[in-house]
Design a protein around this ligand. Structure first.
Ligand SMILES: Nc1ncnc2c1ncn2[C@@H]1O[C@H](COP(=O)(O)OP(=O)(O)OP(=O)(O)O)[C@@H](O)[C@H]1O
Length: 355
């Protein structure tokens, strides 16, 4: 029996309890024949969230996104956007009207300018060819910081500019929710920064953004909340800040490798009731950015808070072992993900399913 998904308590980065839910799935499930790609997934996204949908390869992210956009029908469960159900034929149009998305590589005409391409998109979207539409095109060009390049042919755009033009196209009809599948995929570092800054800027305007990505370092920098899924099931959902503060660690360095070995042995064998948590101590390689590398290049890591570091220190001191340095170690989203899923963000679908 699988563990139920963890609920994470809220701190400052999580929307208040009065925050408006803009997108919600309830028990969303998709089966392909006998294979369940998405399994009773219940997530919610608040106004202004930059929400990361994370999971190893083949965990069901794209299938979920396709259901959120009404591109495929769920086997069961619900998707609601601003209280309109995508599953209800009468409400689907209203629900999807609030959504903009980039799910596949956007296609633009290479020899038309950025502005002309947006005019083309507006025409295809049946937006009237009038002053309001032209004003909106100028507005979105400003919003994605492409106004200066509006007269440049698309094929001369950098990868980051192309992605920003794609975002401009999704913004034309004033969506309140934007869904992006791997928005920084294939971008060079400068393009990644451009898109990251734009996403943050859009969220500040009250637009909620759901994105899937394998770039957990990126996700950690831009997302306010994340959901981590594996084999279609939700493992955890919460604010990045809360998830990471749940996993506080300290590292202890010792004057020489033999002292470290003795300290580890003591921590594994001697703690009694009340201090048994110290038994989680393990030797790890020192982080490369540490300001001091102890002899042997290894440190002891304990999953505990800096407040409890004094207890470990005193415990070892009473047994004649003195640490040379104690540091707080921040867990990255990548480490958290790895511990939770047992998989790195990039694994082949077959290995993911067999694990
Ligand atoms: N049309 C389909 N028919 C059968 N199986 C499918 C279909 N679409 C997806 N799947 C399977 O569902 C599972 C989830 O696929 P999905 O593409 O949603 O995963 P993902 O998390 O987006 O993966 P990735 O990170 O590699 O893009 C995979 O095992 C995939 O092979």
């Amino acid at each position: 029996m699988d563990d139920p998904p963890k609920k994470i308590s809220s701190h400052d980065k999580r929307p208040s309890e009065h925050a408006e839910i803009v997108l919600q799935t309830e028990d969303l499930t998709k089966c392909f024949d006998t294979f369940t790609a998405v399994d009773h997934l219940s997530i919610e996204m608040y106004r202004g969230d930059v929400y990361g949908l994370l999971g190893p390869n083949g965990s069901g992210k794209t299938t979920t996104i396709r259901m959120l956009l009404g591109l495929i029908h769920p086997t069961s469960g619900q998707v609601t956007v601003l209280r309109h159900s995508i599953n209800d034929r009468r409400q689907r149009y209203q629900a999807l009207w609030h959504v903009g998305a980039i799910v596949e590589e956007p296609v633009f005409y290479p020899f038309l300018t950025g502005r002309e391409n947006l005019r083309g998109v507006a025409t295809f979207a049946c937006m009237p060819d009038n002053v309001t539409t032209n004003e909106r095109i100028e507005e979105v060009l400003e919003l994605v910081d492409l106004a200066t390049y509006a007269r440049l042919a698309y094929h001369k755009y950098s990868l980051g500019m192309k992605q920003r033009l794609a975002l401009a196209a999704t913004l034309l009809h004033y969506p309140q929710v934007i869904i992006l599948d791997e928005p920084t995929n294939g971008l060079d570092p400068a393009g990644v920064v451009e898109v990251r800054e734009l996403i943050t800027h859009l969220a500040q305007q009250g637009i909620s953004i759901l994105l899937s990505s394998h770039q957990l370092h990126e996700i950690q920098q831009i997302c306010s909340r994340v959901a981590i899924i594996k084999r279609g099931k939700l493992l955890v959902q919460g604010s990045v800040q809360d998830l990471l503060s749940e996993k506080q660690c300290i590292t202890m360095s010792f004057p020489d490798p033999a002292t470290l070995e003795r300290a580890e042995l003591i921590l594994h064998t001697q703690p009694q009731e009340g201090t048994l948590w110290m038994r989680n101590a393990r030797t790890i390689e020192v982080e490369p950015d540490a300001n001091w590398i102890p002899p042997g290049g290894k440190v002891l890591e304990l999953e505990t808070t800096m407040e409890q570091a004094a207890i470990v220190n005193a415990f070892l001191g009473a047994r004649g072992i003195y640490a040379a340095e104690i540091r707080r170690r921040n867990t990255s989203l990548e480490q958290y993900f790895l511990e939770l899923t047992g998989l790195p963000p990039h694994v082949t679908p077959s290995s993911s399913q067999s694990s």
